[in-house]
Design a protein around this ligand. Structure first.
Ligand SMILES: [Zn+2]
Ligand SMILES: [Zn+2]
Length: 340
């Protein structure tokens, strides 16, 4: 597939899409029903539908019986940890192998022409982005993800919380299922802004930002405090009436789904003429420039707060001007004159 039909490549080999990043028409005034109808299939396909399907398989076939989960023993939590780890190994491993080891599509649709494995860096354990990322993913990421799952499934099994059943509350539960991806983005935006405050950035979030050129294993490479905050959004299921299947969907969106934003490619080629869009560019720009796109733009939170980068050269200019003003303000506060 010719990626230059969809974007441009600079002299360093970095590719950027031609089309500006946008927000879901739900949040763009005035509402346009035709834009909404055109946007809707991409809201479900392929990613959210895939993560819901995985959640359904987990719920119907790979989650212990309610009576088993009423007691907090070691057995079933360890089983859930192994189940989640197996999925991450399969899913992340597939993308890593295809795109970064076998390099099936070379640098086609790749934002950053470099491959992290060719650039060892002292910021990573063993100087390797992949080894460091994998240690953090399995060391604290999967245990904390699973701990939230265990806590909430234990709560459901013991009738702790406002759990609902589909036969009695179908409309409400479908509504919750439909808005979960939007809620996940909103919650992520809030905790993400929090961990970009200077102290938390230094001690916590800088770990995730070590991957300036993210690849699949960067997705859940975080400080344990960030892992705790990241999955705290699932506590919403103890506040609003919900169902364990929706909890598992929420964990898929945030756990397995994190890879979609870190894959480093705009499209995953699936044949001569077909490709799957990743929507990874907004978060790629966050890893590249740090102080833009705290969310992915589905909700226009960054637009409202003045931190949005739409991926275009004009977006670059707006960002540079904002950084220049910020630097000037910081210099003024210190009582110094800018050097340039
Ligand atoms: Zn990230
Ligand atoms: Zn960040």
């Amino acid at each position: 597939m010719d990626d230059l039909k969809f974007g441009t490549r600079d002299k360093r080999g970095n590719w950027r899409p031609n089309e500006a990043l946008g927000s879901a028409p739900l949040f763009v005034w005035p509402w346009s029903i035709s834009k909404f109808i055109r946007w809707l299939p991409g809201y479900f396909l392929p990613w959210n539908a895939l993560f819901f399907a995985i959640a359904a398989v987990f719920w119907f076939f790979m989650t212990p019986a309610r009576e088993t989960m009423q007691d907090l023993t070691w057995g079933w939590p360890l089983y859930l940890l192994a189940r989640n780890a197996a999925l991450v190994i399969a899913f992340y491993g597939f993308l890593e192998t295809r795109l970064y080891i076998k390099r099936r599509q070379g640098t086609s649709f790749k934002y950053n022409a470099k491959f992290p494995a060719e650039h060892p860096s002292d910021v990573f354990m063993f100087k390797s982005q992949n080894i460091d990322n994998i240690i953090r993913t399995f060391g604290t990421g999967l245990p904390i993800w699973t701990a939230y799952e265990v806590l909430l499934l234990w709560a459901w099994s013991n009738d702790v919380g406002p759990w609902a059943v589909f036969s009695l509350h179908p409309v409400w539960l479908i509504f919750v299922g439909l808005i979960l991806p939007i809620f996940h983005e909103f919650h992520f935006y809030c905790i993400h802004r929090l961990i970009h405050t200077p102290l938390l950035y230094k001690w916590v979030h800088s770990v995730h930002h070590n991957s300036i050129n993210p690849s699949p294993w960067s997705s859940l490479s975080m400080h344990p405090v960030e892992h705790l905050l990241y999955w705290s959004g699932t506590l919403i299921h103890l506040i609003v009436p919900s169902h364990p299947l929706l909890l598992l969907y929420h964990l898929q969106l945030s756990g397995t789904g994190a890879v979609v934003g870190h894959v480093g490619f705009d499209k995953l080629e699936a044949g001569e003429d077909s490709a799957v869009t990743t929507h990874a560019y907004a978060h790629y720009l966050h890893h590249k420039y740090f102080e833009v796109n705290y969310a992915d733009g589905m909700m226009p939170l960054d637009r409202w707060m003045g931190t949005w980068h739409d991926g275009t050269p004009e977006g670059d200019q707006i960002m540079k001007e904002r950084f220049r003003r910020k630097k000037a303000r910081a210099n003024a506060a210190k009582g110094t004159t800018p050097a340039e």
